[in-house]
Write a protein that binds this ligand. Structure first.
Ligand SMILES: [Zn+2]
Length: 240
């Protein structure tokens, strides 16, 4: 099973970038959680650096990713300080980290974000500038989703629904790199007569609907109607 380590930028007393009531630490957490959920939906094992409002050092994230033996690792951030669009940092050695960064940047562009490109940053000794990239065993990237202090970027990511879309896009980028085909999430069917379904049968009705074994009449499930021999035959054929 593929393993992904997701670092969530900042947290606790460290707000990260701030614009009005919007904090990098909150946006990054919301995006990271959505990304993790989507990866897990595809059978990927995920470790998040945090799931609540707390801080964790870069060194601790690196150590966690390494002991988790992640296949890929990313730290999720929101930019500030002039500019707009997403940018991703990877190692100066390119390779799998660069591939991952390129994939994720593409999926962010697919959901309407501008690209500032995949980048590298070098320290004076010629090594990778960012410790998260330099010290993580797995190919690691730093994702800057957008600029919190840029009006259009903020509008693109300021709601929970949008953060979910961004998280999923990042997951899509990971999955592409892992060679796992992306499965679109099926919209949940809500029957007009859902209230008539007895509580003991609700889970079963959801299951057979999701599997397509029993589909009601499009709008209603008709939970208390008798079933005909023809309908039983149709159900059995779907199971076969
Ligand atoms: Zn940050």
């Amino acid at each position: 099973m593929a393993k992904i380590y997701l670092g969530i930028g900042h947290g606790g007393a460290d707000f990260g970038a701030v614009a009005g009531n919007y904090y990098e630490k909150d946006l990054a957490l919301s995006i990271g959680k959505a990304c993790a959920a989507d990866l897990m939906r595809h059978g990927v094992e995920v470790m998040l650096s945090r799931e609540s409002d707390m801080d964790k050092t870069i060194a601790a994230k690196v150590a966690e990713s390494n002991s988790f033996h992640a296949d890929f690792s990313a730290d999720i951030h929101i930019n500030a300080g002039g500019g707009n669009g997403a940018e991703i940092y990877h190692t100066i050695n390119g390779g799998k980290g660069k591939n991952l960064g390129t994939s994720i940047l593409e999926t962010l562009e697919e959901i309407g974000q501008n690209s500032r490109g995949c980048k590298t940053k070098t320290r004076s000794d010629g090594k990778d500038y960012f410790a998260f990239i330099r010290n993580t065993d797995a190919p690691a990237v730093i994702i800057e989703c957008g600029f919190i202090d840029h009006q259009e970027d903020l509008a693109w990511m300021d709601t929970e629904a949008e953060q979910k879309i961004i998280g999923r896009a990042i997951a899509k980028g990971f999955l592409k790199t892992l060679g796992i085909p992306y499965k679109e999430e099926k919209a949940k069917v809500i029957y007009a007569d859902a209230a008539e379904i007895p509580s003991w049968a609700q889970e079963a009705v959801e299951y057979v609907t999701d599997k397509g074994y029993m589909v009601g009449d499009g709008k209603r499930f008709r939970p208390n109607d008798p079933i005909t021999r023809a309908e039983v035959a149709a159900i059995l054929a779907r199971l076969g």
